[in-house]
Ligand binder design. Structure first.
Ligand code: ADP
Ligand code: MG
Length: 449
């Protein structure tokens, strides 16, 4: 069955499940751009509708699509700009702007690109916190400029944004040795712009940025409040975008939450694919520690690795820092690193003893969504309330490991099958729905205070 016919069937199903206004205003305006490796890319007419549809109807659309394809799919929502100037294949016909002499081809990236060779995909550990960002990054490497443009990665401190943006650059450089790739932090971009203005070398500056095949800008939030940088970046962006060159941006927050940036830039940022990276969960922290210890050729007992993964929860940079400090200390003191050694060393870093109770989870979740606790435990099936309830159930299970029956009792006497259903639903959505992950992270953070 072709994509159009399949999507028509999905829409017919959805027509029955949603109101007519929702159907006409949202679902009817989507299209299926394709399914590859069980990832369905769904086109939406603009960023606003894309976010709305993704946040509210992800599960519903997925269920209908799974039924129609008899497969488990993940969904990616993107802007469908097929009605705009054709982007596809434009890059191919233009070719890279800078052709190198074939004899000078070198498989390792040109140092002039500013890429750190160690920040590559081989050293990038993938887990539930970053698997979506990782998959999208690889899709970009396979088809720079044509899959998701721009690609916008956001997340807190030390979660791997810089590592991933370099990995994209390194992989593109390997795959397309002719491409001119440019990695720069937004701060450097701004500083270079200022000195180009002072030294009257602005044309050189413009050429440098507008004539690359792939522009990677780290920490774009830095241009907040800097009008001239924004103006220059806007034109650079347009020049590259319109000729199908790949743009990758990272930021410490979502595009729409970056303050003091012009709307026209924000809407450009949101015009491709936006993904988040979350702090690593326990499993991922273990995997990262193992990988980093291996890189340092230092062997550590499992129990020490587990201790570190439990102790340092915040982000990968801290985790890595703690491991390296431990290794240095061990080497200096010529002692074997066992659990006692690690515990002594990290005595000051002891895990915060938090006392999260089932009651706090329920009340904080209710509060987060501006509901009353009694509504969360009540009978209403209003969509937003149901989602909040599912999240509370999920947290009670994941963070306190409560039995299903007990969770059912706490939430007003629900039976264990509906508790089970709620947990599975949130688990399914967790890795693909960044807005859901954001909500859960915020509630978890609120439990700590
Ligand atoms: P951010 O840019 O988000 O602040 P970085 O990319 O600088 O974070 O990452 C901080 C440190 O953690 C770096 O040394 C990086 O190599 C490491 N790191 C981050 N994510 C991963 C990962 N998924 N696998 C392995 N190392 C990682
Ligand atoms: Mg960074």
């Amino acid at each position: 069955m072709d994509a159009n016919a399949l999507w028509q069937n999905v829409k017919e199903e959805l027509k029955i499940s949603v109101s007519q206004t929702t159907y006409q205003g949202m679902i009817a305006q989507t299209c299926l751009l394709g399914i590859k490796d069980n990832i369905a890319t769904i086109g939406c007419p603009n960023p606003y509708l894309r976010d709305l549809i993704e946040n509210r109807y992800y599960a519903l659309i997925k269920e209908a699509l799974d039924r129609q394809t008899k497969k488990k799919n993940s969904l990616v929502f993107t802007i469908d700009n097929r009605s705009q100037a054709p982007q596809k294949n434009l890059k191919k016909s233009l070719g890279p702007l800078f052709k190198k002499n074939p004899s000078t081809k070198n498989l390792s990236p040109n140092p002039a690109f500013n890429l750190l060779p160690n920040y590559n995909f081989n050293t990038f550990v993938v887990g539930s916190a970053n698997n979506f960002a990782h998959a999208a990054a690889q899709a970009i490497v396979n088809n720079p400029g044509q899959t998701y443009n721009p690609f916008f990665i956001w997340g807190g401190v030390g979660v791997g944004k810089t590592h991933l943006i370099h990995a994209i650059g390194n992989a593109i450089a390997q795959k397309y040795p002719d491409y001119k790739i440019l990695y720069v932090s937004a701060e450097t971009f701004t500083n270079e712009l200022v000195s180009a203005l002072q030294q009257k070398t602005i044309t050189k500056f413009k050429n440098k940025y507008r004539q690359c095949d792939c522009l990677l800008i780290d920490d774009i939030q830095f241009i907040a409040g800097k009008e001239y940088s924004q103006e220059e970046f806007f034109h650079t962006f347009n020049t590259l975008y319109l000729s199908g060159r790949q743009i990758v941006l990272t930021s410490d927050r979502k595009p729409e939450e970056i303050p003091k940036v012009e709307d026209r830039l924000i809407s450009r940022f949101m015009g491709g694919l936006t993904v988040d990276i979350q702090p690593p969960d326990y499993e991922m922290r273990l995997a990262i520690l193992k990988q980093k210890a291996k890189e340092k050729k230092f062997s550590l007992p499992e129990e020490v690795i587990a201790f570190l993964a439990e102790t340092v929860e915040s982000n990968i940079r801290e985790l890595e820092g703690a491991l390296f400090r431990l290794i240095i200390k061990a080497q200096a003191s010529h002692q074997p690193v066992d659990l006692e050694f690690a515990q002594n060393f990290f005595g000051s870093l002891k895990k915060r003893t938090r006392k999260v109770t089932p009651k706090t989870i329920i009340s904080r979740t209710a509060k987060h969504f501006s509901f009353k606790t009694k509504d969360l435990c009540g009978k209403s099936r209003k969509a937003e309330l149901v989602t909040a309830r599912h999240i509370a159930i999920y947290l009670l299970r994941k963070d306190l490991d409560l039995p299903l029956m007990k969770i059912g009792d706490l939430l007003g006497g629900r039976d264990h099958t509906s508790v089970m259903y709620a947990i599975e639903k949130i688990e399914r959505e967790y890795s693909n729905n960044q807005s859901l992950r954001g909500e859960i992270t915020q509630i978890r953070n609120s439990l700590q205070v």
